[in-house]
Structure formats: C-alpha cells, structure tokens
Design a protein around this ligand. Structure first.
Ligand SMILES: *Cc1c(COP(=O)(O)O)cnc(C)c1O
Length: 363
C-alpha cells in the first residue's frame, strides 16, 4: 500500500482520508503563501479567521444547519460537554438521561453533580447491547432536556429512531457518528461531537446549539470557558482555540462536500457495514455482540466467545496489517471502527482475513 499504511480500525483518534493528509502535508511548512504553518499562526490573524469561517460555512452547508443554530469550536473533548451541558441547560435543575452505554452513563453521572438527573431509560440489564423503546417514556414535566448518546462507541449500538421527548429539548452526543449520514438538525436543541472519532485530530469538540438555549443568566460560579454564551459571542475565539484541529476538520468538510455530501457518505457507510455484518451473521466462529436492530454503522463489536481465541485473532490480524481491533475491556472481543475514512477495500480485506482465519482455526 502507498505510504506503507495499515488498515486502522481504531475507535479514536482514528483514521482520516489520505487525500486530506496529503494536502495538509503539502501546506505544513508554508500555508498558502503566509510563510508559516497553521500551527505557528496567530488565531487573531486574517488568515486564520478565513480558515475558521470557511470551516463553519462548509459544516453548515454539509449538515444544512438552520440559521438559528450556532456552531461552536470548543476544547476539552466530549468529556467536558458532560459537564457543560447540565451547567448551561439546566434552568429548572432537572434533566432526563437515556443511558445506553459507557458514554451516556458517564454523562449521566456527571450531570448528577449539577442537578436532578433522572435515569429515564437504560439498557444496562443486557450489558448495553440494545437501545430501549423510547416511544413513550415518562419524561419529567420539569426536565430542561432529554439526553442521549446517539452512537455508543464502545458497545456498538445506535439509535435508529430518535426518542419521543414529549416536547422537551433533545441533546445528543454524536461523537462517533458525526457526519456519517444526513442529520436533521432541527430535531435537536444541542448536538455535540468530539472530532477525533469521525472527523479529525483530537482536542476539538463541535457544538451545534439552538440560539434560544444559550443563556446569559448562569450562576456566577460557572467557569468562563464553560459558558456557551461566551463561545457564541466571541465566534469560538474567546481564547486560543485548537487552531490545528479546526484547520484539519475544515479540510475534511471540504472533502465530504467533494464526494457528494452526507447522503453519499451514508450510502458508502451502509455498504461497508453490510459487508462486515453479513460475514458475522453467517460466521460459525464470530458473532456480533449488539442486537441486530440497533447495531452501529460505525463501531462493529464482535467476539468468538473464547477470550484466548479473540486474542489470537487480534494478534494475527495485527501481523497481517489490520490494527486496533481489540474491543474495549468492558465488552471484550473485537471492535472494528469503520468510520467515514475507512475505505470499502479495508472492510473487504478484513472480512477476507477473518474468513481465512475461521477456516484455518475452526475445529
Ligand atoms: C470518545 C467519546 C467520548 C469522549 O471523548 P473525549 O474527547 O475523549 O472526551 C464521549 N462520547 C462518545 C460517544 C465517544 O465516542
């Protein structure tokens, strides 16, 4: 393979499009005649202002973000949003959490520090292998929002249908599915995504928030950096942002526009996932660990049921050029993260490898 790259199935930081990496490489010493790289540039410069403006405009275009939503570029990872969301949105001090895996569980536990976080529904009874029925949940009349993690990166499940929030604002952690398919932004009050899963380099989270949810009457104790109003009023430049990540994400947005946008991306992602899931559904050695109806397009979790055999496949796969297939310790087995940038050939090659392994090792 060109550049001697492996097929990288990491859950995050994760694979990025080669075309984008090449373009960055060509600009790393001198960004478009500025005489410096984006890493060395003032965030107050005109050149950088253009970079961040274009990144926002391209994202708005890709996702069709309505004008009454702000796009914010924030640091602190998705984890900081676990606290920022309740700190900023809990006006009544109440929120409903749907807990479907490790990430929504963390968000729920964090929210409890700032107000009354209700456990509205959970799938913990079956180790988060499914999404509970969310069509008629007992939403708290005082809830400021209903919270979900739309794609659980560790457990490999995803919401195929958004919950019925009974008129309450929906907040969604889209970290591991952001830009994997079209998204109707107006179904949400707030969407956020750590970009290191499906978009770009770590250290940046993108927040898309409906304007009327941005409050100015926050408790004085809320740290300045953790106020959405501060980021919104300052165009994400209140302090030094992650300039490099914003620049690289901007390139990925352009790349996605070039290939035809999010519906084209969705079609490719569905094809890729089908190749792997079809193999798992017919395998005598491997089985998917998430329930069929709820399984993720992005994070495919599977296992042999035998820890030693799992370890043997992972080691053999690594030797054959398929890296980062070890499942998270809470689920075990294997996990193939097949984000936007994973080419179809990568998934086909992985399936061919697993088929061969199965033939050679099935007793
Ligand atoms: C990785 C991940 C997080 C945590 O992201 P950090 O940027 O490491 O804080 C949160 N939610 C989801 C769904 C994730 O996949």
């Amino acid at each position: 393979m060109k550049y001697d790259r492996v097929y990288n199935f990491s859950a995050g930081p994760a694979i990025m499009p080669v075309e984008v990496l090449e373009e960055i490489a060509s600009e790393v010493l001198n960004y478009r005649g500025s005489g410096m790289s984006v890493m060395e540039m003032s965030h107050r410069s005109k050149v950088f202002q253009n970079i961040i403006d274009e990144a926002e405009a391209d994202l708005r275009d890709l996702m069709n973000i309505p004008d009454n939503y702000k796009v914010l570029f924030v640091q602190g990872g998705a984890t900081l949003q676990f606290a920022m969301v309740p700190m900023n949105l809990m006006k009544n001090g109440v929120a409903d959490y749907i807990v479907t895996g490790a990430w929504s569980e963390k968000a729920y536990l964090e929210a409890k520090k700032y107000g009354k976080a209700n456990l509205l529904a959970t799938s913990k009874d079956k180790n988060y292998s499914y999404i509970p029925d969310c069509s008629d949940l007992p939403v708290d009349p005082n809830a400021d929002y209903v919270y979900i993690c739309e794609n659980e990166t560790i457990h490999g499940t995803t919401f195929k249908k958004l919950p019925n929030t009974k008129g309450k604002v929906l907040v969604s952690d889209q970290s591991s599915m952001f830009l994997s398919k079209p998204c109707n932004v107006s179904d949400y009050g707030l969407i956020y995504a750590g970009v290191q899963k499906n978009v770009g380099p770590a250290g940046l989270v993108i927040v898309i928030i409906r304007e009327d949810l941005i409050r100015k009457d926050l408790d004085e104790i809320v740290p300045t950096y953790m106020r959405y109003d501060i980021h919104a009023e300052n165009g994400s430049l209140y302090n030094t942002p992650n300039c490099w990540s914003i620049y690289v994400c901007g390139k990925v947005f352009k790349y996605l526009k070039k290939i035809g946008g999010l519906s084209v991306m969705q079609k490719i992602n569905e094809e890729k996932a089908a190749i792997l899931y079809d193999f798992l559904d017919n395998s005598k050695m491997f089985r998917g660990t998430a329930e069929k109806e709820y399984r993720s397009l992005m994070n495919v979790t599977f296992a042999t049921g035998d820890k030693e055999l799992d370890a043997k496949v992972i080691a053999a796969a690594k030797a054959a050029g398929f890296d980062n297939l070890k499942g998270h310790r809470s689920v075990g087995g294997l996990r193939a993260s097949i984000y936007n940038a994973m080419p179809k050939e990568g998934v086909e090659a992985l399936v061919a490898f697993l088929e061969k392994f199965e033939k050679e090792n099935l007793v």
